[in-house]
Design a protein around this ligand. Structure first.
Ligand SMILES: Cc1cc2nc3c(=O)[nH]c(=O)nc-3n(C[C@H](O)[C@H](O)[C@H](O)COP(=O)(O)OP(=O)(O)OC[C@H]3O[C@@H](n4cnc5c(N)ncnc54)[C@H](O)[C@@H]3O)c2cc1C
Length: 404
């Protein structure tokens, strides 16, 4: 049997290795259009490769995918995060988990993952052709005829094909799959930070709040977690999570929306007001600037006081009801005008791609063309940051490689 894999990224390599393992007599060939193999794995996680996540809860895992999570649930029970860790460990790459559950190779070098995948592919006799783009794919009697950019005289015939060509930021890049009968979910970016041009908050880059709640006006979109102020606006895990869950909606708004911040985390206005009152009662003679509620960073606290027109040297005991209400409002519902986005450089993914409606999610086989399989980001699957995007590449690659 001849098996073609389109794309030499994480999903392409993983499915090629699995196919080689499942069909030892088959000839597996990876076609990679660039001269770089596993390029994203190499640069991922700032060169450390956040290879998976430490969660072993299928519910938490599937909930980390704004798109595709539910349909991945069953696949995760057979090949989830634990299996990923075991897979790499049994091949000599030990991993460790950070406090935030991100998992990295113990070497802290993505090269360990790259080398492992390449050596496994080599062991399985996988042929790898770089600078070889697949430019056309036609179903024929025996399987598929592949056209390559080299313009070979005789088309290459393969019995099975796995498409692992990654996310396409433009719909045009997916037209060839649409023509073959697949539904396409319009591609839009996911995982981006919010631009808040000309707002004085951007004068304090580096300020971070561990447990803020961010929500988007007029929607149910809400995320909690760390928020980071940057030169251009807002970033941090909570913002990235919100960008992922709101990817399509925010694209429709042309990235013009209002964001609401609760700097006090999950606490509501009543609880915050009570807390301010308690401080006033306990420290009536202390300057307001010197006691920061909710362990807010000094710069942010002074910024909020400025926004509320409160003299930072004023005493806590002098804080009247009206001013306290104003302060409560700013702490729990601080509003910013977002105008544009910045793609998160550490890890960005595309929302959209081949619709899961067109794929048998038990086997990863196309419902439109038998013998054609999908793996990785080409699918309408994407996760939040934390190793989830690689995890879906490993999981879908594992099942595509079964060629069932
Ligand atoms: C900077 C950055 C850092 C990231 N860090 C992390 C991280 O730490 N953890 C995490 O979970 N996720 C991370 N991600 C996301 C993750 O890298 C992707 O989700 C994952 O690489 C997708 O794998 P893939 O194999 O589906 O696609 P890709 O890695 O994009 O690979 C697809 C390959 O197919 C090739 N190709 C495309 N079309 C053709 C064609 N017609 N013929 C032949 N070849 C073709 C492409 O050149 C490419 O090499 C990061 C992403 C970026 C951009």
């Amino acid at each position: 049997m001849r098996i073609a894999i389109i794309g030499g990224g994480a999903a392409g390599y993983f499915s090629a290795i699995c196919a080689g393992e499942n069909y030892p007599d088959a000839q597996v060939t990876i076609f990679e259009k660039t001269n770089k193999l596993l390029a994203k794995v190499r640069i991922s996680g700032g060169g450390r490769c956040n290879v998976t996540n430490a969660t072993q809860s299928i519910k938490e895992l599937s909930g980390s995918y704004p798109r595709g999570g539910k349909k991945l649930k069953n696949l995760f029970t057979e090949f989830g995060t634990r299996e990923t860790v075991n897979w790499f460990e049994s091949r000599g790459v030990r991993t460790y988990a950070q406090e935030d559950k991100r998992m990295f190779p113990e070497t802290d070098k993505s090269e360990s993952i790259v080398a492992c995948l390449q050596s496994e592919a080599e062991k399985k006799g996988v042929q790898v052709l770089t600078q070889t783009a697949v430019t056309g794919l036609t179903p024929v009697k025996e399987g598929f005829s592949l056209e390559l950019n080299h313009g070979e005289e005789n088309p290459r015939i393969f019995h099975k094909v796995i498409v692992a060509s990654g996310g396409s930021p433009k719909r045009k890049g997916l037209e060839w799959l649409e023509k073959l009968g697949h539904e396409i979910a319009e591609p839009v970016p996911s995982l981006f930070t919010f631009n808040i041009p000309d707002d004085p908050i951007t004068n304090m880059p580096g300020v971070a709040v561990e447990k803020a709640v961010v929500s988007i006006e007029g929607t149910k979109l809400k995320a909690s977690g760390p928020v980071l102020v940057t030169h251009w606006g807002l970033s941090g895990p909570a913002v990235l999570k919100l960008s992922a869950f709101g990817a399509r909606l925010l694209s429709d708004s042309n990235y013009k929306f209002n964001v609401h911040l609760n700097w006090a985390g999950e606490q509501n206005a009543n609880a915050v007001s009570d807390h301010l009152q308690e401080i006033s009662a306990e420290h009536p003679n202390k300057q307001i600037q010197n006691i920061k509620p909710f362990e807010l960073p000094d710069r942010l606290w002074k910024f909020i006081l400025g926004k509320a027109d409160i003299d930072p040297e004023k005493k806590w005991g002098e804080l009247g009801k009206k001013t306290r209400n104003k302060l409560t409002d700013l702490l729990t519902n601080d509003i910013y005008r977002v105008r544009g986005k910045t793609t998160f450089k550490e890890e960005f993914v595309t929302c959209g791609g081949v619709s899961l409606e067109s794929v048998n999610m038990k086997t990863m086989e196309s419902k439109a063309v038998s013998g054609l399989y999908f793996a990785g980001e080409i699918l309408d699957i994407d996760g939040i940051t934390g190793g989830f995007n690689f995890q879906s590449a490993w999981t879908t690659g594992y099942f595509a490689g079964k060629l069932k």
